[in-house]
Design a protein around this ligand. Structure first.
Ligand code: SF4
Ligand code: F3S
Length: 433
């Protein structure tokens, strides 16, 4: 049997797809890239916004034509966990469904679907399951350090679909990382919905700073981590990032709003001033750190004045980039009980303004780097540009003319041009690591 896994959502979910593929491969499936080549297509979904769900529904509709050839369609992940049995009504064409945990049961569910049942499996995500991984990259790896989240941000569905915080034991994570170092991986990204909360549930003194200190001793050239939470980022963590030679100078830390009133309504646990102080600490301790963020516009009750405070915060901090989303009410959440007061067109206008400001700031930041020589981990080829691309240590995209054998290598590039989303340059040194 051939299986194809399609993915929506965050990096944790991208990595979860690598685990789904690992489980299927272990059961004898062959993994293919295109649904057309598969006997079973699995959609690993996201529920963070309504748009994410709409995309999945649309894709299931498109895949219906494959069903005539006997292909099985299964939907799993966050949307499945959130919608449960209702999913079979939302996506009538599907043959089986599963949630965010107990993934090892997947081959059995597929077997039952083949026999004509429409099996569904949505146990509450309360445990941590060690799963085999089929890695898609040979040089950059995701490693989950914690599943779920025990915060209660008013708009967020994650705790409901991914369960409470469950941190992996430090020794397990280090074992995996030692294996990746031995296999020659150049980059690892430590994943958690709130990585700064790592270890809080273990109650053995393990915390994220300790994890970073241990990881900084391993022969992996680049270590990244995401996402950070402003209310959970501690001094010890900042010191561990600053002192760890291989810990990259990039912190992705969601601010969500620049207005204290909205931050309080969201239940984020910090004020605008707390956030600005944290940014200052990070910039003092970690020279050149790139701080990127997430912002929600149009949260219930967000006035024009609140929104202007978000814009002014973005301008003041000069984030490396801002991932902005228009608020949409999510089931189960506290905010879903509030009136969705900001009209759709107004949300769209605010979204556009944030995007414009982000582009302006991106261009300024990138222009300032012209003339610099930067270290780039080459990720691949961009056919529409006819150039190779990769990332600097501080998570900026760099385009340059190169060759296939440089993919997966760390090279040096001289920056010669800038655009809002990337820098362009030419190769100076072919290989550093
Ligand atoms: Fe959601 Fe992040 Fe808040 Fe957790 S910390 S509830 S994942 S927004
Ligand atoms: Fe989406 Fe689930 Fe990630 S809701 S953002 S895929 S944890």
């Amino acid at each position: 049997m051939r299986a194809c896994v399609l993915t929506w959502g965050c990096q944790l979910n991208v990595h979860r797809s690598e685990e789904i593929e690992g489980v299927l491969e272990r059961a004898g499936f062959r993994i293919v890239d295109r649904p057309e080549d598969a006997d079973v297509v699995i959609l690993n979904t996201c529920m963070v916004r309504k748009r994410a769900e709409d995309k999945v529904v649309g894709r299931v509709g498109e895949l219906a034509r494959l069903k005539r050839k006997g292909v099985l369609i299964g939907v799993g992940g966050c949307m499945a966990q959130g919608r449960k049995e209702e999913l079979f009504k939302i996506c009538p064409g599907i043959d089986f469904a599963f949630g965010t945990s107990d993934i090892s049961l997947l081959p059995e569910l597929i077997e039952r679907a083949r026999a004509g049942e429409r099996p569904a499996h949505f146990p509450a995500p309360v445990t941590l399951e060690p799963l085999p991984v089929r890695r898609r990259s040979t040089f950059s790896a995701y490693v989950t350090v914690a599943e779920g989240c025990s915060c209660a941000c008013a708009y967020c569905i994650v705790p409901f679909v991914r369960g409470p915080l469950r941190s992996r034991p430090l020794a397990d994570i280090l074992d995996e990382l030692v294996g990746l170092a031995a296999a020659g991986y150049k980059e690892v990204t430590l994943l958690g919905q709130n990585v700064d909360a790592y270890g809080m549930d273990l109650k053995d003194g393990t915390d994220f700073a300790l994890l970073l200190r241990k990881v900084s001793k391993l022969p992996i050239p680049r270590v990244r981590f995401t996402s950070s939470h402003p209310a959970y980022m501690r001094e010890e963590t900042i010191a561990a990032i600053a002192q760890g030679q291989n810990i990259c100078e990039h912190v992705h830390m969601a601010v969500q709003s620049g207005s204290d009133r909205i931050l309080a309504a969201m239940g984020r646990g910090y004020t605008r001033e707390d956030f600005l102080k944290l940014v200052e600490r990070l910039r003092t301790e970690i020279p050149g750190v790139n701080i990127t963020t997430d912002v929600i516009v149009g949260f219930p009750g967000e006035t024009e004045e609140d929104f202007q405070e978000t814009l002014s915060l973005i301008e003041e901090v000069k984030f490396g980039t801002v991932y902005v989303a228009a608020y949409s009410p999510r089931p189960y959440t506290r905010a879903a009980r509030l009136p969705d007061s900001v009209p759709r067109e107004e949300k769209a206008r605010r979204l556009k303004e944030v995007l414009e400001l982000t582009r302006k700031n991106g261009l300024e930041l990138h222009r300032r780097r012209i003339g610099e020589i930067v270290e780039v981990l080459v990720e691949g080829y961009l056919p529409e540009k006819g150039m190779y691309y990769g990332k600097t240590r501080d998570f900026r995209t760099v385009l340059f003319s190169g060759e296939e054998e440089l993919v997966g290598q760390i090279v040096e590039v001289r920056v010669e041009a800038a655009s809002p989303g990337a820098m362009e340059g030419s190769l100076v040194k072919e290989r550093i690591a």
